[in-house]
Design a protein around this ligand. Structure first.
Ligand code: SAM
Length: 303
């Protein structure tokens, strides 16, 4: 181990961690909501870290953002209005705006400093999405925004920080929040949320799936390996109109072509099929979990 290196250590559990060699600290800022760090690394390029948790790296953010956005967007015949909660660095906004039917995207992030520092130090993540005339960026608490929102959307995408005890995102994974989110969805609409690690926080993932099912009458899950997270990363959706799991690889590729979506670095028909292949243990955990996350008893990641 080179003594010259600075190391950033991210814990997945109290007993398991991932060390990242830091070439240069680009930006560090403590805000009202969280600690923001932006590092240069040899392994992943520039990296955004919030409260000690890797959010995005230039090298592999496409895996997370393309997996979060496209399966549910393709399950909707022509999504026009999209609401993104969180997503401060702009990668989710970038992917949503690839869909030509999208006329309006509202992105609501609680921390203006994440948006500003990402635009300044990692502009390739948003790749001009913040300047798209279809995009409206709102700085607000996503929970309060949804509870007061009079507008309806076709798709709601939850790209918020993990449910950490004391973190700003925990009350965005509860029954009460999903019921409020259901009220801002048009007929045939869907929600998708990042749902933590299917390996290191399987129970948290399963509880989110159970809670979404309670609010939407159905839920499904999928996951992808994100190297910078050092884990299979889970996603949960509530998509009563059409279950994205039922879309064949051929239809995915055909629909991407029909919508003129090119330049993806990770997602296509075959990857779509692979995303939904959840292992037995995770399926059993989803099947066996009766726990529902509520405001009074939220679900939390182990660390
Ligand atoms: N990829 C990441 C992950 O898997 O954890 C998420 C990335 S994104 C940067 C997370 C964003 O959620 C941050 O910009 C943070 O400010 C935002 N956020 C956290 N709590 C929020 C809340 N209550 N309302 C709106 N945005 C919130």
């Amino acid at each position: 181990m080179s003594l010259g290196w600075k190391w950033f250590i991210e814990y997945q559990t109290p007993h398991s961690a991932h060390m990242h060699g830091i070439k240069r600290v680009i930006h560090s800022q403590k805000t009202k909501f969280q600690q923001i760090d932006i590092f240069d690394t040899d392994e992943y390029g520039r990296m955004l870290v919030l409260d000690g948790k890797v959010q995005s790296t230039v090298r592999d953010e496409c895996i997370y953002h393309e997996s979060l956005v496209h399966p549910v967007m393709l399950a909707h015949p022509a999504p026009r209005g999209v609401l993104i909660i969180g997503g401060g660095e702009g990668g989710t906004l970038r992917e949503v705006l690839r869909h030509p039917s999208v006329a309006r995207v509202v992105m609501v992030d609680i921390d203006a400093a994440v948006i500003e520092s990402s635009r300044k130090y990692i502009p390739e993540l948003s790749d001009g999405a913040f300047d798209d005339k279809r995009a409206e960026v709102v700085v607000a608490d996503g929970r309060r925004f949804v509870e007061r929102c009079g507008e309806k959307f076709d798709v709601v995408i939850m790209d918020v920080t993990d449910p950490l005890e004391g973190g700003p995102g925990a009350l965005l994974y509860t029954k009460e929040f999903y019921e409020a989110a259901r009220r801002v969805l048009r007929e045939g609409g869907a929600i998708v949320t990042q749902a933590t690690s299917t390996y290191y926080s399987t129970h948290c993932f399963a509880t989110i799936a159970r809670t979404v099912r309670g609010a939407f009458g159905m839920s499904g899950g999928y996951h992808a390996w994100v190297p910078a997270y050092d884990s299979m990363w889970g996603f949960v959706y509530g998509c009563p109109a059409k279950d994205p799991k039922t879309i064949s690889p051929e239809v995915v590729d055909g629909e991407l072509k029909r919508r003129g979506i090119t330049g993806l670095r990770f997602y296509d028909g075959e990857v779509h099929r692979a995303l939904f292949a959840l292992p037995k243990e995770v399926l059993r955990s989803i099947g066996e979990t009766d726990d529902v996350a509520t405001d009074a008893n939220p679900t939390f990641m182990p660390i």
